[in-house]
Write a protein that binds this ligand. Sequence first.
Ligand SMILES: O=C[C@H](O)[C@H](O)COP(=O)(O)O
Ligand SMILES: C=C(OP(=O)(O)O)C(=O)O
Ligand SMILES: [Mn+2]
Length: 508
Amino acid sequence: MPGITRPALSVAASKAPSQPAKTLSANENLDWHPTSWRSKQLDQDIVYPDEGKLYQALSKINRLPGLVTPAEIERAREDYARGARGEAFFIHGGDCAEAFDECNEEHISAQLRVLLQMSLVIFLGAKIPIVRVGRIAGQYAKPRSKLTEVVDGREYPSFRGDSVNGVALHDRQPNPERLLAAHFHSSLTLNYLRSLNCEQRIFHAAIGELDFHAESIVDDVLRLNAYKFHARIEDVMLASARQGDASAVKSLERLQEAVGSEMLWTSHEALNIPVEEASIRTVLHASTGDLRHYNTSAHMLWIGERTRQLEGAHVEFMRGIRNPIGCKVGPSMQPAELVELLDKLDPHFEDGRVTLITRLGVDNVERFLPALINAVQKSGHCPLWLCDPCHGNGKTTSTGVKTRDFADMFGEIEKCISVHGALGNPLGGLHLELTGDKVTECTGGCIPLAEDGLGAAYKTLCDPRLNAEQSLHLALLVSRRLEGDNLHSHLVSTANPAAKFVPSTPAA
Ligand SMILES: O=C[C@H](O)[C@H](O)COP(=O)(O)O
Ligand SMILES: C=C(OP(=O)(O)O)C(=O)O
Ligand SMILES: [Mn+2]
């Protein structure tokens, strides 16, 4: 569907100078402005019936404190640069679409806990620091394959995320008040995350719970592996205690440092550009004289597969912000197009400025990924490469339920690890739709969930998520794979639900 050209609503512009200062360094985008996207085609546009109310909501967001600070964004950039150079592994995950109704302590701590647990498990295989990034505290706007749907012969706008409209058919008109509600829900989520991050308790609980998971899961392999990993965490603690500080708490803190930064960086898809524009704060950098434009709605933002057109509004907006930025890369991306995109988004060739999130589908990785990697290697850009094994492996069951199979997801990750490894370009991490909650949305995994079991706790507002046990199982397999073990042939899939998962001999 063709996008529209936005009228000149001026929100962020009120805080940013209309012309760049004369003393700009080479690092500045001279032809960029927080509003320059408005003259470009905006795909997946959200059309509000009342532009006046939209303007009021955007200017309120512009006046409210940002959710994150420029200093944090600078620290996140350093983590992304490390990841791009192969010095850290990223676990980027969370809900497909956050829900206002799930903005509660249980859901938020479950998200943080599962990401921490996955980090610990993958750290023990990859043996490099792990950086965690949540699809959290702002993942409230969705692109859709079809912008309308027909129910009982009547056409309605599709559900576009809680910041836009409601799931209920009577609530499908985009409502600008939801933008403010999203800002406040994001703020509460982030506030709670910051409190949890400050507490050692969540880290201890996450380790302790690896055993709990092992107890609660009937599958032999997960139980064995989780115990083994728990024992190895203790080994690492003992070793670091031996090296100096005798105190176990001290060594636990060291392990925490080794696993990665304490902060969970926040992220969401930058889909609704007017509200992203309203979140910009422009800062004059004292030592370089650069004007830096920080999008304070999240630490990291990404461009979706449906809105990554080279000449489109989303790419135009994103190229000017200082935050680490990402772009989804689907099977239609051409190698030359990818390099052109990087030239736009990363004109100064900065390590980790861009994260490429490939989502090719298990059967497409070997066909498309090598040429994409080769082209990027030749271009001189140094992006962080993540594998999103979710969005290329979607299926709809015969009863119309959206799902994904665990074996396809691990299959895509394995192939990405192999292709990246063969080209001397190690995979930098994973991008996953997951939840710490006990949902039944994806098939397969350690408790082989079949299609007829999906109805038990199918709660997602958009795409199916891995549940806590599936997420941990995936982390165990990835950890072993990064260590050199190949467990893929043992995977239980719904294609063969009776298959027994035979444990491999625990490594010494
Ligand atoms: O999260 C990603 C997209 O928004 C989602 O896959 C689109 O789903 P749809 O094909 O049901 O619109
Ligand atoms: C919309 C998403 O993915 P993609 O743009 O890759 O389809 C998503 O990550 O939720
Ligand atoms: Mn999704």
